[in-house]
Design a protein around this ligand. Structure first.
Ligand SMILES: [Zn+2]
Length: 283
């Protein structure tokens, strides 16, 4: 009897850990753990499960823990749907000005997987949720510059780029709101700002669908990740051709973006009259 079997059975039997069918499926498919237990003692098993879960946050959906690289999800199984709990959040910065939004940048012909928030060198940058610091690295003058990746209990990973100083170490447990770094202008950056990414199993989700920096609040208590939803990050339609009778809210709902995001992306307002045939940027 291996631990994988025991975990699946125990979870199903006692519902001690509230795992959905998908997560249970994942546990069943996890790499074999060849530690054998001498007797099927449920207390020992529960303790064992607690130990395993304490290894890193969202243990039931992430196949591994890597402190060197940002993107390491090759063997992850992406669920069709996953509800991410956003309560218990803290805004990473008090600054409210968005310098650049998530999505495709036609001018540079490349995707922008985060949100750029104006911050000043030395501004305190805080962890968005409770979690465990995964990566603390420096890409020098390239990319993120000095950056931090944190994995959270709700399944999200957040990335903080262009920092002037990192205040945490890999494997360190952090609380929501705990200072993790100082704002800066390192890496490929012109003018100090925070490059903030929210990822689920490596898939970039527009942070604006969860965090409203202007209001310094979350958009809703939960965000439902859907595997094929547009706007989750590069997988959706980049552009939409307006049809007769379309409204901004209907297009937004279909494309998986918010109305305000559509407005920002297309430099229009909620009152702009849409023309059939007009092409809108959607991510
Ligand atoms: Zn950026």
């Amino acid at each position: 009897m291996n631990l994988t079997w025991i975990k699946t059975t125990l979870c199903a039997a006692t519902a001690m850990v509230s795992l959905n069918t998908f997560a249970q499926d994942l546990i069943a498919r996890q790499a074999p753990i060849d530690r054998k237990l001498k007797s099927v003692d449920s207390l020992a098993l529960q303790k064992q499960i607690r130990v395993e879960q304490s290894l890193y946050p969202a243990f039931d959906i992430y196949p591994s823990w890597n402190t060197k690289q940002v993107h390491v999800y090759g063997d992850a199984i992406i669920p069709e749907k996953y509800v991410i709990d956003l309560t218990g959040f803290c805004m990473p910065t008090e600054q409210t000005k968005i310098n650049d939004v998530f999505g495709y940048r036609p001018r540079r012909r490349r995707a922008h997987y985060g949100l750029d928030v104006k911050v000043y060198v030395g501004d305190t940058i805080r962890s968005a949720f409770d979690g465990k610091v995964r990566v603390v690295q420096n890409q020098g003058r390239r990319g993120y510059g000095k950056y931090i990746v944190i994995r959270h209990d709700n399944g999200l990973e957040t990335i903080y780029g262009h920092l002037s100083k990192q205040l945490v170490k890999p494997d360190q447990l952090v609380k929501a709101g705990e200072p993790i770094g100082l704002g800066g202008n390192t890496g490929r950056s012109t003018g100090s700002h925070l490059h903030f990414e929210t990822r689920f199993l490596g898939i970039a989700i527009d942070p604006a669908l969860m965090f409203d920096f202007e209001k310094q609040d979350i958009v809703a208590d939960t965000y439902t990740f859907e595997k094929n939803k547009k706007g989750n990050g590069g997988k959706g339609n980049l552009f939409y051709k307006v049809k007769k009778g379309d409204t901004l809210s209907r297009i937004a709902a279909r494309q998986g973006v918010s109305v305000s995001q559509l407005c920002r992306l297309n430099h229009i307002t909620r009152r702009t009259i849409l023309r059939p045939g007009q092409v809108l940027r959607c991510s």
